[in-house]
Ligand binder design. Sequence first.
Ligand SMILES: Cc1cc2nc3c(=O)[nH]c(=O)nc-3n(C[C@H](O)[C@H](O)[C@H](O)COP(=O)(O)OP(=O)(O)OC[C@H]3O[C@@H](n4cnc5c(N)ncnc54)[C@H](O)[C@@H]3O)c2cc1C
Length: 496
Amino acid sequence: MTQIFEPVTIGRKDPRYIELSHSDNHRFAVEPNEFVIPSTADEVVHALRKAVTDGLGVACRSGGHCGQNFVGAPQRDLVLDMHNLNTVSLSDGGVRVGAGATVDQVQKALFRRWNAALPLGACSAVGMGGLVAGGGYGPLSRQLGLAVDHLRAVEVAVVDDSRNVRLVTATADDTGELGDLFWAHTGGGGGNFGVVTAYEFRSPQHLATEEIGLPRAASRLHVKKVVYPWAMFDESSFVTVIRRFFEWHERHSAPGTPESSLFATFFVKHKSAQVLELMVQQDADVDPDGRILEQFVAGLTEGLPVMGIARGGVMSWLTGTRYMSQADCGDVMGARTASKSAYHRTTPTDDQLSVLYRHLNSDYPGFASYVMLNSYGGEINRRASSETASPQRDSIAKSSWFCGWLESELDGLHLGWLRGLYEEFFAGTGGVPVTGGATDGCYINYPDLDLTDPAHNRSDQPWQHLYYKDNYARLQTAKRTWDPLNTFHHSMSIAP
Ligand SMILES: Cc1cc2nc3c(=O)[nH]c(=O)nc-3n(C[C@H](O)[C@H](O)[C@H](O)COP(=O)(O)OP(=O)(O)OC[C@H]3O[C@@H](n4cnc5c(N)ncnc54)[C@H](O)[C@@H]3O)c2cc1C
């Protein structure tokens, strides 16, 4: 019997079109002639085949959390919205996860069915489609590595030079061209090689159960959120607290130590928000009394006239993870946003931290503007740079420089503030966090078009190097083989 594929199709006149035409960042719109919402890999192949046969411009979207307009621009005829490919199931080799699943869906499914966990992102609504392709890190990464360190296979719909569309599975054991395709999905970034329909995870070194071969979830988590009123800081105490955050990570960046089960996110907010907020979690199976976490938190402000207001406690793994997660609702929903990133190999200088203080303490309406400092290192740093396409493997922290606002007429104000801060902080290296010294480039999942512009990136390192370092050439090889017509492209895609 011939099977009929009829994915949901939504055109401009459909009342759902407006909802679909906005992703997480409302600075950009995604306005193709049609959205197609497939529910199976076969439907993806079918829709893609029809699109390329008709010569249509096509892109795909999973969780919609791209910081730039990679999905909406250039103008597309058709966008495949992968949301409905979200099942988490057992496969021959491990656990198969639909590319449209969100972090929250995967975490719940892994935990409830198998008491397992993967190092995914901190934001529950981020989609696996983009997160994994770009490397993927989160609160478990110091203990377990990147999401892609557990990747076993990727299933992708690809378009060859005769416009034939087929579904290909590339595994970690493959060599040659298939090996390149697998490797390209361990940090090359989404929207480059084809449409990922599913990822398969298995990491035998961390068996929770033989059945699935994934890390076991901690039985309990210590979780703590501390807010520090901005009014308590002067420049000296601010610089000291931030310096100590980095110094702790410099001392504890090796894999396999008890300290690598601690992960912290420090929202160093603009003073308009009135507080700085620290979020810390630690595996309570490793440190039942939570001594490492308590010493880390106390050490930040020891001897300073700064006091934090703390809440949290000991929670089961899933509850603790959700308590710490950044939900995309409430005030940030519908916001226009911009972000930049940096990998840090050592502690920034006091002069740089003074720059941070001045910009965050300025008269600028930045209620949703901050620098987010995230723990890095630990298990992430066990791998070599070229083992996966995610090359930054000896950093101690990763920062995200962010602002959010509502009114389009304020774009210039907020973008200007963010650029001013970032470029002055990294003034010694051409306004960007160059690789190989105190910093090690940027994260492709926090894409920043300014890095392509010599007015903002005044270093001698092109944007491709800042994101991919020496891995870019192999990504280009994979691109030439697997997307020879450059069907999948955007403003920062891999050049064939
Ligand atoms: C609020 C917020 C929190 C975040 N937190 C984290 C975090 O904790 N850890 C982390 O590592 N990252 C984090 N990120 C970054 C996130 O990983 C990237 O934005 C990622 O690209 C989002 O994937 P998505 O599927 O949700 O986005 P989308 O906008 O759907 O896609 C992003 C890119 O990937 C492509 N893509 C999407 N699906 C597919 C697919 N199935 N096949 C091929 N290409 C595809 C798109 O075409 C686009 O180019 C965060 C981002 C935001 C906005």
